[in-house]
Design a protein around this ligand. Structure first.
Ligand code: ASP
Ligand code: MG
Length: 402
């Protein structure tokens, strides 16, 4: 007998038919004799629809009221799922974030989990009930409702698993697991049996939106046994863990991010402290910078270019223009016609030649590389947006075969 935390995403509980299918998956685990805690997301597009409704009334609602609104979606899901399980004749109780004492930081809309009280959940499990928990929500120290950021139900599930010291945390979704690339774009992409926490974190930040980033960070920190699997097909999914057996290839995945822009500053003075000033200015404006490239100085000047999230492009541009004089650049240019293509793999720490293999694939596809950045387990290149999909396919073929 084990304690299992299962989380079902919005598409898995989108309508009554899907709810019923999920109910049977829960029933199976429960009747095997396990203690079962289930975290649910809002049904289908509910959260998006609630956001639209808010914006129709007030394009600038307070974050507090936004959280009061958005947290309702998950409450609908747990109530309906409880009713579905009752119909099957199983003992069940649904609980919201405050009922399980899920305490968060005060930041409405992007709160972090601080602690979860265990008493209520444990009492219900001792009564041999299936415990359904509304994902994505908690309460802060003002007893206000908070939400954990889009996709935050994964983080609820992993946090609950840590608190209860669960044997397994299963994240059920509409894909079979983590793939080597987006299977809708790369037909030869295949599901991985295992992936490391670090690889998963890199892929999540690269836009493989299967798991909420925070949930993977927490899983890594506490060594949670995490599995990503499909609620539609009953097959093993992908296990996320610390160390994996070396599979098919030196890398685990090829990802692409088209939501970026590049900013270039020209004619900066070639002297100490310039990079500091530029990036301090951006940091003070809460703008995250990704890839940075500095040209070799000539005539006492140098250029610095870097990438930011597309959503931050305008803000970055204006804060730099405002400080043009003190930063001392002559020209600024922005380009959103770019994409970042990356390979991720814990295996590249020990395998030489991975970068060369990636660049060979791009050369073969006649795709020009603009900027390059590397970390221990990741290599990213900037390419023109129009080349991004071809780049991913060519690199995928190079490492995994066509
Ligand atoms: N319902 C929330 C969202 O759509 C949280 C989640 O699904 O994890 O972002
Ligand atoms: Mg999700």
């Amino acid at each position: 007998m084990a304690l299992i935390v299962m989380k079902f995403g919005g598409s898995s509980v989108a309508d009554s038919e899907r709810m019923e299918r999920v109910a049977w998956i829960i029933a199976e685990k429960f009747t095997e004799g396990n203690d079962v805690v289930v975290v649910l997301s809002a049904q289908g597009d509910t959260t998006d629809i609630l956001i639209e409704k808010a914006n129709e009334i007030n394009p600038n609602p307070s974050k507090r009221e936004m959280d009061v609104l958005l947290s309702t979606g998950e409450q609908v899901s747990i109530a309906l799922m409880a009713m579905t399980l009752e119909k099957i004749g199983l003992p069940v109780v649904s609980l919201t974030g405050w009922q399980i004492g899920l305490q968060t930081t005060t930041d409405y809309g992007s709160a972090r989990v601080e602690r979860i009280a265990t008493e209520r959940i444990k009492t219900e499990l001792d009564r041999r009930r299936i415990v359904l928990i509304a994902g994505f929500q908690g309460i802060n120290r003002y007893d206000d409702i908070t939400t954990l950021g889009r996709g935050g139900s994964d983080t609820t599930a992993v946090s609950v698993a840590v608190t209860l010291n669960a044997d397994l945390c299963q994240i059920y979704t509409d894909v079979e697991g983590i793939f080597t690339s987006d299977p809708r774009k790369v037909p030869t992409a295949f599901k991985l049996d295992e992936i490391t926490y670090d690889e998963m974190l890199e892929l999540a930040s690269l836009g493989a939106q299967v798991l909420h980033n925070r949930s993977v960070e927490i899983a890594k920190r506490y060594g949670v046994n995490l599995e990503v699997l499909s609620s539609f097909e009953r097959k093993p999914g992908t296990i996320v863990k610390e160390v994996t057996k070396v599979e098919h290839s030196k890398i685990s995945g090829v990802a692409r991010d088209t939501n970026i822009a590049r900013i270039a500053l020209m004619g900066l003075k070639d002297e100490p402290g310039i990079a500091f000033k530029v990036f301090r200015t951006l940091a003070n404006a809460s703008i995250n910078v990704d890839i940075i490239l500095q040209s070799i100085g000539r005539d006492d000047t140098k250029d610095i270019s870097f990438t930011v999230a597309l959503g931050d492009m305008a803000a970055a541009q204006s804060v730099l223009e405002e400080n043009k004089e003190s930063l001392g650049f002559t020209d600024l240019s922005v380009d959103d016609n770019i994409a970042k293509v990356s390979i991720v793999g814990a295996g590249m720490m020990t395998a030489p030649g991975v970068a060369a293999q990636m660049f060979e694939a791009l050369y073969g596809a006649k795709i020009n590389i603009d900027m390059i950045s590397t970390s221990e387990i990741k290599i990213s290149v900037l390419v023109e947006k129009k080349d991004a999909e071809r780049a991913v396919s060519a690199i995928h073929a190079q490492f995994f075969g066509a």
